[in-house]
Design a protein around this ligand. Structure first.
Ligand code: MG
Length: 165
């Protein structure tokens, strides 16, 4: 009988992709925080923390690529400690924990889908915040805004993808 072949050893230099998604309901009169930036808008996302769907998707992408537990497992919405929490802390913690695994984010790209607020006037500001959070130059971080053309005006949805090395 021949021995089973040894499992392949993954090269530690192999890049990893992380994918994150988040969706929050929009409600009138709520503060509108997206990508760590407070936006002027008549509606804002509803949630347990500051409900920043963009940062939640980004943090989950980093955690996913690093093989770590997702945001919901780490910061459950039943835990009063995270009520009204500033979601920039979730991204910073995800980046730090990925770094502890020897991984750093080298690029990020995001798609934000919502009818309100319009993303275009705030895109540059949000991009700069994300670059700072991920400790990346601006050209390694991108985001684009899409609308549903009225098909779903009650929600904000964000998809984030990151590359880790
Ligand atoms: Mg969320």
């Amino acid at each position: 009988m021949t021995a089973a072949p040894a499992p392949p050893v993954l090269d530690s230099g192999v890049p990893r992709i992380g994918l994150g998604f988040d969706s929050h309901r929009l409600e009138a009169g709520r503060p509108c925080r997206l990508g760590g930036v407070e936006l002027e808008c008549e509606v804002g996302p509803v949630g347990h923390s500051d409900a920043d769907a963009l940062l939640h998707a980004l943090a989950d992408a980093v955690l996913g690529g690093a093989g770590l537990d997702d945001l919901g497992s780490r910061y459950p919405d039943t835990d009063p400690r995270w009520q009204g929490a500033d979601s920039t802390a979730f991204v910073r913690a995800a980046v730090a924990d990925a770094a502890a695994q020897g991984l750093r984010v080298v690029s990020a790209d995001l798609v934000v889908v919502c009818d309100r607020p319009r993303l275009a006037p705030h895109r540059a500001r949000i991009r700069a915040v994300l670059a700072e959070l991920l400790q990346l130059p601006l050209d390694r971080v991108n985001l684009k805004g899409k609308t549903t053309e009225g098909a779903d005006a009650q929600r904000v949805e964000v998809t984030a993808v990151v590359l880790l090395m």
